[in-house]
Design a protein around this ligand. Structure first.
Ligand SMILES: [Cu+2]
Length: 446
């Protein structure tokens, strides 16, 4: 082991400041949301990294910890940042109870370095260390994850981000002031427990960014008029339409590399399908606290049973009274929508975050899962990623309650017809005849 670069571990789930390169070609480093970049050692012109696959305890949000598998102390593992053309050597030590491998998702590399256990290499057995070595041939946004017992190992949180910076000024890669990255991942952890259910295929209950759930996801803090890039990779089992408030962005790159400028268009939501990566870019020219989230409304919720019936509009008063006589703790849920749930003083099992939560400057935001905030501030210093606190709105720029007279809404008078009238069938009389079973036939055994 003396010849190996010392593995660097991370003990905290905080967003670490960008790791400025201390050797090799210069570049503008990324910031991993609730994550960090793995330091390297330069060995005769080769960048050497050391990843340790191991069980970890990941705080998913303050008050909730998960027993996951990851790399170097956290899940996801550290981000690896290199420069186009760099020769890279990665030592992978397996401290898991089972074999593993690492696939370098999206990279051009020699086939035997692709990390598919059984197909391109033997498995890395527990206690063993393998070496991967290749040149980072194209600039862009990549991921790494096991290609061995994948269902288990990805459900347990084994994955990481990889960014290859361009070697020199690239016609399709703009300079930006802020460059964020994170992975979309999902877990199924029963309320009150710690370990994901690995057999779950679609019905996950924790939708996370870098194994963090709202309100545990850090905000993305930028300076007014910064050019911002956000890189997103999806290693869940479903697609996520990622939505930004207050700004339009361009999708500037995919798994395949930068997108030609003529093929880009503005969006406020972009779908990131399973196994894909997307790079979005925009000018942060609107000050404020802008919501940034997955647009699937069930993905901005935390763990909660899905088998709750819809109760909107159901008057429970009579029934609730009778049940409370029998079960004093009985509580009616969801009579006026689910928002009451956020305020209800319902006891939660240990290690469980409420389904919707988060206190904003105006009250509860009633969110969970894949939700964060882009904070755009005039006085944020260049390169300062610190949380500036809540936005102070200029006078007269916050929606407010109308307290004047309210007139009845006018109904639309000129009603159009249907595009085609409904077919009306004459009602047919139905006569039902009942035939008595014949008692004489032997129907024994019914
Ligand atoms: Cu989603």
């Amino acid at each position: 082991m003396a010849a190996l670069p010392e593995p660097v571990l991370q003990t905290k789930p905080d967003t670490m400041p960008p790791l400025a390169p201390n050797s090799g070609r210069p570049y503008n480093p990324v910031v991993t949301l609730n994550g960090w970049t793995l330091p390297w050692r330069m060995n005769q012109g080769v960048k050497e990294f050391h990843l340790v696959a191991e069980p970890v305890v990941r705080e998913m949000a303050p008050g909730m910890k998960a027993h996951l598998w990851g790399y170097n102390g956290q899940s996801p593992g550290p981000t690896i940042e290199v420069v186009e053309g760099d020769r890279v050597r990665i030592f992978v030590t397996n401290k898991l109870p089972e074999h593993t491998s690492i696939h370098w998702h999206g990279q051009r590399l020699p086939n035997g370095m692709d990390g598919v256990q059984g197909l391109t290499q033997p498995a890395i057995q527990p206690g063993k260390t393998f070496v991967y070595e290749f040149a980072a041939r194209r600039p862009g946004t990549f991921m790494y994850h096991p290609h061995a017992d994948e269902m288990t190992q990805m459900a347990m949180g084994m994955m990481g981000f990889w960014v290859t910076h361009p070697r020199s000024k690239h016609p399709l890669i703009d300079d930006v002031q802020r460059d964020f990255c994170f992975l979309l991942n999902a877990y199924d952890i029963d309320p009150g427990s710690y370990t994901p259910r690995i057999m779950t295929m679609t019905d996950f209950n924790l939708w996370s960014w870098n194994s963090r759930i709202f309100p545990g996801i850090d905000s993305l803090n930028v300076r007014l008029n910064d050019k911002v890039r956000i890189r997103i990779g999806n290693l869940t089992m479903t697609n996520h339409p990622i939505h930004l408030h207050g700004h339009e962005f361009l999708v500037t790159g995919t798994d395949g590399g930068p997108i030609p400028k003529s093929a880009r268009w503005h969006e406020v939501t972009t779908d990131v399908a399973v196994g894909q990566m997307r790079q979005i870019e925009f000018l942060a020219d609107e000050a404020g606290d802008w919501a940034f989230h997955c647009h699937k409304s069930h993905h901005t919720m935390n763990a909660m049973g899905h088998d709750v019936p819809t109760m909107i509009g159901v008057d429970h008063r009579g029934v609730a009274k009778k049940i409370t006589d029998l079960i004093p703790d009985y509580m009616v849920m969801g009579e006026r929508g689910m928002a009451d749930m956020a305020e209800m003083e319902m006891p939660l099992p240990d290690n469980t975050i409420p389904m919707m939560t988060g206190q904003g400057p105006f009250g509860g935001v009633e969110m969970g899962g894949m939700f964060s905030v882009l904070k755009v501030r005039k006085d944020q210093k260049p390169g300062d990623y610190k949380d500036p606190g809540w936005y102070r709105h200029p006078p007269g720029e916050v929606a407010f309650e109308w307290t004047g007279a309210i007139s009845e809404p006018a109904r639309v008078q000129a009603e159009g017809g249907q595009s085609m009238p409904r077919m009306v069938k004459p009602r047919q009389e139905v006569e039902v005849r009942i035939r008595k079973p014949q008692s004489t036939s032997g129907h024994s055994g019914h």
